[in-house]
Design a protein around this ligand. Structure first.
Ligand SMILES: [Zn+2]
Length: 139
């Protein structure tokens, strides 16, 4: 199903956080971005938006490292410094913390970056002409 051209402007106002974090299509807010955990679909199953533009590259990993992984590692190091627990405590606490702070945030952050890429019509700097050629647009 394809939306009419006139609905594009109103739908583009959907917040990338409201749609992307939940893995929903940035144009219609109903379809899904992901097929599986992190694999991006070819297109939205509701409005037909082609996800060919979606290229967050290593953006999700950078955000996970900055805002989740580093605090998790700091917590583990502080646990060792302040409590000096036995090794099994590090295994029982540290591994779940690293999994929770690295794997779980990847999907919402990747969805947010893809939705923000769509809403802001973002592309790599200096590639506008190539982008237009690839998507059959006049300059
Ligand atoms: Zn859609």
């Amino acid at each position: 199903m394809t939306r009419e051209a006139g609905s594009e402007t109103a739908a583009a106002r959907l917040s990338p956080i409201a749609t992307g974090v939940r893995g929903l299509c940035p144009r219609c807010g109903q379809g899904h971005i992901f097929q599986g955990f992190l694999k991006v679909r070819d297109h939205c199953e509701v409005c037909g938006l082609d996800y060919g533009f979606a290229d967050p590259a290593d953006g999700p990993a950078v955000f996970v490292q900055l805002f989740a992984c580093i605090p998790g590692v700091v917590f583990i190091v502080m646990l060792e410094i302040l409590a000096r627990p036995p090794l099994w405590v590090h295994v029982a606490v540290g591994i779940p913390i690293l999994i929770l702070t690295t794997v779980l945030p990847l999907r919402p952050i990747k969805g947010w970056l893809i939705a923000a890429q769509y809403v802001n019509n973002a592309q790599e700097a200096g590639t506008a002409q190539l982008w237009n050629q690839l998507h059959d647009k006049a300059d």
